[in-house]
Design a protein around this ligand. Sequence first.
Ligand code: 9YW
Length: 419
Amino acid sequence: MTIVMDRIEALDARAREIMRGNDMGGYTIPTKGLYPFQWNWDSAFAAWGFSTFDLDRAWTELETLFSAQWPDGMVPHIIFHRPDPGYFPGPEVWGTRTDPPTSGISQPPVAAILARRILAADPVAGRARMKALWPKMLAWHRWWRRCRCGHGVAAVAHPWESGRDNCTDWDPGMARVDASGVGEYTRRDTGHVDASMRPGKLDYDRFLAILQFGRDCGWDQQTIVERGPFLMADPAITFILIRAHRDLAALGQELGADPGEIATLEGWAADLVAALPMIWHKKLGAHVARDLRSGEFAPAISSGAFLAWLANCARDEAEARLIAIWDRVRFGIPSSDPAAPGFESRRYWRGPTWPVVNALIAIGMRDSGRDALEARLRRETAELIANGGFWEYFDPLDGTPCGGDAFTWTAAIWLTWAR
Ligand code: 9YW
């Protein structure tokens, strides 16, 4: 499909309007109603989107995100800047007692990857702002190393920490979570979006049981990692973190950071690469999520495996298998293999394609010289947005727009990459 010029301009204008409309002053919400706070990786994508038309605002987005960094270096997955009863679980459920109130887990560390791209667009005026952010990003990366990489590759202590909430990746770990004591609660998400597109009731019970464990131990990371109800190795965050460590090291070179700290970052990336065999699934022939409590692998290849290109860690024998998975759908990389049990084409992370994930995979394709694959992924993602609008995610089989409308990160991905 060729999208004609004035149509592209109209889509650009709409994307900017969505981003401005979701701008709460210093931070951007993912979408009105469903997600009324600042989310971690959404904000990094928002900053990248803003960098196409308002560089000052792009840096502000990252600065606001890092202003909620915990003393131990963690950058939380949600920042509850202002109360809003439209979302559950809110700050009183998380009980982190921080100011501003936040959740107690993190989210995929894409900030350094995208900050490097923003600085490339703003090398002069952006230098001082990136310089101020660099030690904060380093502290966050150190938190990942210390609190989530003790088993080798990167782990998540909650499916929400992966950013891919109900993906088939988490099925083995979630099956072991006892949710019998969570008590009564009222979900808000299903009031905004069709319940058939959202995680199920048992998923939510388990999400809450894991949250309650963290809250009850005062968000003590050692306790969570050693004894928490859920801990799984995440291929997506592992690949993202390898790339982010390297990008932060490169930013450090450019900004004249301490060479010892730059070498530390490169060492952390190398250690993650060395640990990759533990998530290599021989029979499936790809990198696959793995339960760190039981050793069990996830049942299917997910979009996480495609991020190996982003980290320049792809294994040749996986390539044909990954492309075969992609060929099973019409639009974009599916979040889980359509041929595997558990795939649902519209239920959140159990099958749908997500423009943000496609954009990260595309960076890897481009950087590793897979230009034809990158062009195909861009064309398919652009078609979804041009035909369906700026929705949260899409059915990869027929392109049906799903989830929330007027979504910040989809607008950002249009402006930065898909158009
Ligand atoms: C939730 C905001 C967030 C994303 C996540 C996505 C979802 C929150 O929305 O999580 O309550 O389920 O899974 O990746 O950051 O867009």
